[in-house]
Ligand binder design. Structure first.
Ligand code: PGA
Length: 243
């Protein structure tokens, strides 16, 4: 199975820098096209840049969004963007239940599951994010917390074709702190037993070229969800190259 190298741009970039980043990534991947044998590349820009960024992309790099509406039908949902609209913009993937959305918008597992059901129905693949806080890990609850998140967030009908899981310990996101390879192995092994067969499991949290090799060497790590390091083409591609 190919590794998924997914860039989560979050609320970063402007039009010019986003277009440049996308075109630099495409160039970088095309220059080292042997990377495509083992890796699938994905960029997830903010909503307003989806369509323009798509014009810069090639077959080598896919487009994804960072969230979608929990409502299926179009209608009076001010500020929402539907899964169907994302599909219409040629998105292949949508990230759901990122810890920043769980924290700042109080997104529940049920909400994530509802979005995932709708996204799959619209033909999008989902990247469903789970992960414990530092306090939960210190209390020894991390395995249970993630188990509950998975049980509540994964929709019926999820399979290796339409679903990817991203394990992102909250305390490792944007902090420079990375989980140890032992911690990652423990959690990915645990997750593996709880999800449909062959669903890929990404690790996320301060992944960069310097630590990617040892992270990708861990059993059941099938790629990375990358924030900060996805905003520089060299670092983003460097993560795939590190292996
Ligand atoms: P980071 O973010 O790579 O900046 O830690 C990862 C994420 O939040 O997806």
């Amino acid at each position: 199975m190919k590794r998924l190298i997914a860039g989560n741009w979050k609320m970063n970039m402007d039009m010019a820098s986003g277009l440049k980043l996308a075109s630099d990534i495409v160039k970088g991947v095309q220059d080292q096209s042997d990377l495509l044998k083992d890796n699938e590349f994905l960029v997830c820009p903010p909503y307003p840049y989806l369509a323009p960024v798509q014009t810069e992309l090639s077959m080598a790099v896919n487009l994804g969004a960072q969230d979608c509406s929990p409502f299926e039908e179009q209608g009076a949902y001010t500020g929402d963007v539907s899964a169907t609209m994302l599909k219409d913009l040629n998105c292949e993937y949508v990230i759901l239940g990122h810890s920043e959305r769980r924290e700042y918008y109080a997104e529940s597992n049920l909400m994530v599951q509802q979005k995932a059901t709708i996204a799959n129905a619209a033909g999008l693949k989902t990247i469903i994010c789970v992960g414990e806080t530092e306090a939960q890990r210190e209390a020894g609850e991390h395995l249970d917390v993630v188990e509950q998140q998975l049980a509540g967030s994964i929709p019926e009908g999820a399979n290796a074709e339409n679903t990817v899981i991203a394990y992102e310990p909250v305390w490792a996101i944007g902090t420079g702190k990375v989980a140890t390879v032992e911690d990652i192995a423990e959690m990915h092994g645990h997750i593996c037993g709880l999800i449909p067969e062959n669903v890929r499991i990404l690790y996320g949290g301060s992944v960069k070229p310097a630590n990617a090799k040892e992270i990708f060497a861990v059993d059941n790590v099938n790629g990375a969800l990358i924030g900060g390091a996805s905003l520089k083409a060299d670092d983003f591609i460097g993560i795939a190259k590190a292996v």
